[in-house]
Each structure stands twice: as structure tokens, then as C-alpha cells.
Design a protein around this ligand. Structure first.
Ligand code: ZN
Ligand code: ZN
Ligand code: FE
Length: 743
């Protein structure tokens, strides 16, 4: 008999809900090891007893055996506790104590094995819309609390039938300890109702009814992973128009759910990185270029834009629906414009009854609302616009930060973050907070993250803006508060994502952020560490009349730009009477702010080019300018300096008098902005340059800025996982507060 060794391994990282314990179980059995594996609040614990050579092999082979979604970030070894069992077993999780930091998994799109079973007539889950396994299925959308066990999910109400239970207990089965495991006998099922919630059909008849309704051009509300979506035939202009009218959504593009990758290729250009993301377990909406030839989508889907937000089916229910339909459908969040997505059936009937013609719903509750994630590829790398279903929550190491720091986030594209176990954990996209009920929504997102991680708030970081809903909500946490300047938060988020300590030159360009001097900033150049910043340059400020309307009406930005320059060029987009009122406001400084916003400069140029005078949705003018510029080249316009302010007036003068076509002007405008960035970088001579803020959702601007800064000898840094828009603000707030001296 060889000597016996006994050790305890504490695994940290993404090891829960990914089929980690079954892999450990099988490997231990193969190697004749005894002991146990169990989830704990920080990851998983593996106790091993046996021959030292076998234990060494276990450690060597485990990494190669891990399921695709697993990720071990650290292993601590200690002696095993006394009394290991004679065989190897999977044990129940430990009782929760202290901060829970085990990585919570996002929802995972249906895997190929489950799809094969879904379409196999001899399988007992043939056409079962809730099929899943340890590699796929709902996760974050069903987790009520940690650790991730069935009893802590919204599946707890479904008692497994003997067949499912046998799979769940069989280490050789691919549903071994799959928490959402279910089948037609014991699991969730579909119902089909009228717009007023009246039951019309159950189970097998529901899918056929839904397919028939969509084919007839009707609007069907479908309960997905993170909430209800509205589905309508994307080829049917009248149907899409009706959806726009009922949803009160003028021109904001709708996302499209395609039945297959082949159908996407027929409509859009998708290269390897785009395909990779479309088919990934996250299955986000990916912005794709529409093909000039064969399109097939109604123009009402995304009016005036060359891009389409495309996605593929990500649940068995969506697979079954789209398989049957065989054509693309609009799939948009079940809400009125800018309201949060509906998750509960009664609420959905109340709020969507006037929009949807029918409901296809089911009885597996949704633990928290989540919109679809939205991303694009820029230079082949991800550019996140929104992290929701499939990509949330997201955590990033923030070494040294204490547990229980709360970051309140921004007003638009709101997200919140908490710190736990040396990580910043970011919530899914919450939405815009300037509607009724927003404060409650924000509070529940904060409570959710605090509760899940078992935290006690110790401090809160907020934006400097006095009117933000989040900033007001933060007061109620009754903990010390730190105000973080908006644009520093943007850059701090970019530094954290790229593991930079600084100093860096931060280029924070966006629509609106509260400055240190009471004006509205947005075209900022900041020399930053994580804890501190100094404003070193900015875009020349100009006056904007009318606070809320100013952000919606590019013609107001154009008027302010012309006024600032003292130009007598007639401001476009106004009727004479209107202009008189505006001129008086500007002269008397009534409801007028000064802003250095790059976003508003985009608006001004869009207005001057006649591209957009009043926006139907945020960012519309800038998106149209980006689309207009396309890939076209163009020499930069001249620009100057007034002290530390970059003066765009020479550019505006030349673009007004040059007589060039709008696409050339748009390209040259982008080129000029990039040269302004290079000019400041050359003045500051800091090697690292961080790009953040909503303007860097513009792929033309981002790609050109990266290239030109590299050519000039700098190292530019961009976001890949964190959205450059205000969804990244909470991370930056956590970073600044976490880096502050008092910790
Ligand atoms: Zn699966
Ligand atoms: Zn069952
Ligand atoms: Fe911002």
C-alpha cells in the first residue's frame, strides 16, 4: 500500500453552473481518488484523498477537462479536513457566510447537443421549449440567491420527475447537476393568451398559434429569458409600422431575430468575428452592415441607417418559433420606448396589452429584468453598446477595493456596480432613468447586487450631477458618499479594463456630463490616475439654449456654434418666429448652458449639413454622420487653439463655404476630430492614451483615432468589454473610489 495524501483545493472564478462539479467527479473516479466537491460562496472546494501521484495527475489534467464556460482564476491549497469519505461524492453547498463572490454565470444560448435532441422525434424532449443542460440554458435570469443550486433559482417550484432526477444524479449524464433541468412531464410549459390575458391554448397548440399570428402580420409578445419581447414579421412594412405606432417609437432601429446564419448572410455582411459573436453562448444583438443587394427587410425596421442589429435564436423556444417561421422577425423589448422591459405576465398584460395582439408566455419566473445585449465589432474586436442578457453580470478585478462599495452609475444607459472579493461586479443594463418609476428600478438593481453578494454597503460613489436619479437614490443608502466627475469616471473605467495605473491622457468625449465648473462637459482631455485627474484641454465651448430640447435638437447646437463664432450663416431647421425666441434666449442667457460637448458638435455639424434637425432617438444625428462618412477618406479641416480650448471655428467656416458634398464633409469632419486628439497627445507627451465616452461608439471615429495615435507613436487604449457609453460610468466611479486614499 502506497502512502496516502489528503488535500483541500479552493477554486476561485467561474466554476458554478457550468458543469464543473461533474467534471471533477468523473476525473476523481477515473484516478481512484476519494473525497468530495462542493460549491461554496467564493467558488468551489475539492477535497481529495489518495496516492500522491494520482492527486498530481488530477491537478495536471483538470484544466484540460474544464467545460468551455468555466474559468479558474485561482487555486488555494491546504490540508484536507479529517474524515474524507471512502468514495468521491458531490456534496451540497456550504451555508452562506460573509461576502459571496463566486462568479455568477450569464444565461447561455442553447448548445448543439440540446438542439439535436430538440429536433429528434425519438427524444423525450422532442420540441420541448425549455430543454437545457450543464452547458446551456438560463442562469442569471433564474438565480434568486447564491450559491447556484436549484433551490435558489426560480426552478425550485418544479419538482423533477423520476427521469429528470435520474439524469440529475448520474455523473455520466450531461445533465448531472444541471440546475434548470426539466422535461415536458415536470418542467415549465407554454400558454397562449389574448391581448387581455384570456387563456386560448396550452402546451403543444401554442407554438402553431404563435407562428400563424406572426405570419398574419400580428404582434406577438413572447416571454424570453430576461423579459417579454414583441415579435412581428420583419418583411412586412405595415406590421412593423403598426408596432412603431403602438410602441410610440418613431425611427429608432429595431433588432431583428434571424432564423439561421444563412438568412443573416442573405441580408447583411458578417465576417468571422461577427459570426463568432452571433453564434456565441452570449448570443447578443450584433450590428451588421446591410447588403446593398438582396435585403428583404421592410425599410421601417431601421429607417435611414446602413446597419441592422441582428441576432440568432438563443433559447429552445426561439429556435422552435424561428425554425417554423423561416423568415426574420423584429424582436424588440416589450415596453413603451425607454421604459424597462416587462418580466411578469400580469404586468405585461397591463403594460403591453395595447401593443401586442397575443401573448406566448410560460410559468418559469424571471428573477430580474434583462434586455438583450448589443454590440458591434470595430477592427475585429468587440465594442459593447449594452450588456444585458447573456453578457451580465460582468466582473472585473479591482484589487484592494473593500467589499460593499456601491457605484450609483449615470442617468442614461444606467448600470450599477458593487465591489466584492476584490472585484467590481456590474449589473445588467437598467435603462434610462428619466421616467416615472426609475428610482424604484434603480433601487431594485442595487438591492439585487447587494443581496446576491451578501454585502453591507460601506460607501457609495455617485456622479457630480445634482439631478441624477441615481445620485438621489444613493443618499438613501445612508453611507459616506463620494462624488466622481463624469468624464474622469469614463477614463477610470477604460484604465481598469486595460489594467492601467496611469498617468494616462484620457480623451472623454460624449454628449453630456456635469463639469467641475458648473458647465456641461463632453469634449474633454484629462490627465488621469485612477484616483485623480486634471483637465488639460477641451473643445471650445458654445452656448446651448433650452436644456432638455438642446440634447434632442441638433438645430439648437448649430445655432449655438454659429452664435459663438459670430457667423452670419443662416441657422438651418428653423421657422422665423421660432428663431426669434431662441435668439432672445441666447442674448439674455435664459435657460442657456455652455458646453464643450463633442456629441453636441456632431449634432451641430449634422444640422449644418441638413442631415438631422430634430432627433427621434439619442445619438441619431451622430449615427447618420458616421454612416454618411462611411469608409470615405478626406483631409482634415484646419483648427486652432484658444488657450487650452481646441477651436473648431476654422473647420466650421471651411465646411460651410467649401461647397463639398455631405459625405465628403462628414469624412473630413471625422478626420479633423482625430487630428485634434493627436495634437493634444503631442502636447502632453504621455505614452498611454485612453479613449472613452459615448462618441467612441462611432466606429469610424474610434478606428481612425486608434490608427492615427499609433502612427504618432502613442499607445491608445479602448474598451472591449465595458461599453464606452454611460453604462461604463458605474465601473469608473468604483475605480476612483476604490483607488482613493481613504481606503
Ligand atoms: Zn445544452
Ligand atoms: Zn422531467
Ligand atoms: Fe458620458
Amino acid at each position: 500500500m502506497t502512502e496516502e495524501q489528503a488535500i483541500l483545493l479552493r477554486m476561485r472564478g467561474r466554476v458554478q453552473g457550468v458543469g464543473f462539479r461533474p467534471v471533477v467527479f468523473r476525473l476523481a473516479h477515473e484516478l481512484n481518488l476519494h473525497g468530495w466537491v462542493r460549491n461554496d460562496t467564493a467558488g468551489a472546494e475539492v477535497a481529495l484523498g489518495g496516492a500522491p501521484a494520482a492527486i498530481a495527475r488530477f491537478r495536471a489534467e483538470l484544466p484540460g477537462r474544464l467545460p468551455a464556460a468555466a474559468d479558474i482564476q485561482g487555486v488555494e491549497e491546504s490540508p484536507a479536513p479529517a474524515g474524507l469519505p471512502a468514495t468521491f461524492e458531490i456534496r451540497l453547498s456550504t451555508e452562506p457566510t460573509g461576502a459571496r463572490v463566486a462568479g455568477i454565470l450569464p444565461d447561455l444560448a442553447t448548445c448543439p447537443d440540446c438542439l439535436r435532441e430538440l429536433y429528434n422525434p425519438r427524444d423525450r424532449r422532442y420540441r420541448y421549449p425549455f430543454i437545457n443542460c450543464t452547458h446551456c440554458g438560463p442562469r442569471f435570469s433564474i438565480i434568486r440567491q447564491l450559491p447556484y443550486d436549484r433551490a435558489n433559482t426560480t426552478m425550485h417550484r418544479f419538482r423533477m420527475c423520476p427521469d429528470c432526477d435520474a439524469e440529475y444524479r448520474d455523473p455520466a449524464n450531461r445533465r448531472f447537476h444541471a440546475q434548470p433541468n426539466a422535461c415536458p412531464v415536470c418542467g415549465p410549459s407554454l400558454t397562449w393568451t389574448a391581448a387581455d390575458g384570456r387563456l386560448l391554448a396550452v402546451r403543444d397548440e401554442t407554438l402553431a398559434a404563435a407562428v400563424a399570428a406572426v405570419r398574419r402580420g400580428l404582434i406577438v409578445a413572447v416571454k424570453g429569458l430576461g423579459g417579454f419581447h414583441l415579435l412581428v414579421d420583419a418583411r412586412d412594412g405595415a406590421a412593423v409600422r403598426r408596432l412603431r405606432e403602438r410602441k410610440q417609437r418613431d425611427e429608432k432601429p429595431f433588432a431583428v431575430l434571424f432564423p439561421t446564419l444563412k438568412a443573416i448572410h442573405e441580408t447583411c455582411d458578417a465576417a468571422t468575428p461577427e459570426i463568432h459573436w452571433l453564434k456565441s453562448a452570449a448570443a447578443p444583438i450584433v450590428l451588421l452592415h446591410r447588403r446593398a443587394d438582396g435585403d428583404g427587410l421592410a425599410p421601417e425596421v431601421a429607417p435611414g441607417l446602413p446597419w441592422i442589429g441582428a441576432m440568432l435564436p438563443y433559447t429552445p423556444l426561439h429556435h422552435l418559433l424561428l425554425h417554423e417561421l423561416g423568415f426574420p422577425v423584429v424582436a424588440t423589448s416589450g415596453n413603451l420606448t425607454d421604459e424597462p422591459i416587462c418580466t411578469d405576465f400580469d404586468e405585461a398584460v397591463a403594460r403591453l396589452g395595447g401593443i401586442a395582439d397575443f401573448f406566448l408566455t410560460h410559468d418559469r419566473p424571471i428573477a430580474r429584468p434583462m434586455d438583450d445585449s448589443v454590440m458591434a465589432l470595430c477592427d475585429g474586436e468587440p465594442l459593447m453598446m449594452r450588456r444585458g442578457r447573456g453578457l451580465a453580470p460582468y466582473s472585473l478585478p479591482l484589487p484592494g477595493a473593500p467589499d460593499g462599495l456601491v457605484a450609483a452609475g449615470a442617468q442614461m444607459k444606467s448600470t450599477v456596480a458593487v465591489t466584492a472579493g476584490g472585484n467590481a461586479v456590474m449589473s445588467p443594463h437598467i435603462g434610462d432613468l428619466d421616467h416615472e418609476g426609475a428610482a424604484r428600478l434603480w433601487k431594485s438593481a442595487v438591492d439585487d447586487l447587494i443581496g446576491l453578494h451578501g454585502l453591507t454597503p460601506v460607501a457609495v460613489a455617485v456622479d457630480r450631477h445634482p439631478e441624477y436619479v441615481a445620485t438621489r437614490g444613493a443618499v438613501d443608502l445612508c453611507v459616506p458618499m463620494k462624488r466622481v466627475q463624469h468624464h474622469h469616471a469614463h477614463i477610470a473605467a477604460c484604465m481598469a479594463e486595460n489594467r492601467l495605473a496611469g498617468p494616462v491622457l484620457g480623451i472623454a468625449w460624449d454628449g453630456t456630463g456635469f463639469g467641475m465648473d458648473g458647465t456641461i462637459w463632453g469634449g474633454e482631455f484629462l490627465v488621469c490616475t485612477r484616483a485623480e485627474f486634471r483637465r488639460t484641454a477641451w473643445l471650445r465651448p458654445f452656448p446651448l439654449a433650452g436644456s432638455d430640447a438642446a440634447a434632442r435638437e441638433p438645430r439648437r447646437a448649430a445655432l449655438g456654434v454659429l452664435r459663438e463664432m459670430g457667423s452670419d450663416h443662416p441657422p438651418p431647421g428653423w421657422r422665423p418666429g421660432e428663431l426669434e425666441v431662441l435668439n432672445r434666449m441666447l442674448a439674455e442667457r435664459l435657460n442657456v448652458v455652455r458646453t464643450s460637448s463633442a456629441g453636441r458638435l456632431f449634432d451641430a455639424v449634422a444640422s449644418l449639413l441638413g442631415v438631422c434637425q430634430i432627433m427621434s432617438h439619442e445619438g441619431q444625428a451622430a449615427m447618420r454622420l458616421e454612416a454618411l462618412a462611411g469608409e470615405g477618406g478626406g483631409a482634415p479641416y484646419p483648427f486652432g487653439w484658444i488657450g487650452k480650448a481646441l477651436d473648431w471655428a476654422p473647420m466650421i467656416n471651411e465646411l460651410l463655404t467649401g461647397g463639398e458634398v455631405p459625405s465628403v464633409v462628414a469624412a473630413r469632419f471625422h478626420a479633423t476630430l482625430v487630428e485634434m486628439m493627436v495634437a493634444v497627445a503631442k502636447r502632453e507627451q504621455l505614452a498611454d492614451v485612453c479613449l472613452s465616452g459615448g462618441c467612441f461608439q462611432n466606429r469610424r471615429l474610434l478606428s481612425d483615432a486608434l490608427r492615427r495615435l499609433r502612427e504618432a507613436g502613442f499607445t491608445p487604449w479602448r474598451h472591449r468589454q465595458i461599453p464606452p457609453n454611460d453604462a461604463g460610468i458605474c465601473l469608473g466611479q468604483a475605480v476612483e473610489k476604490g483607488a482613493a486614499k481613504e481606503f
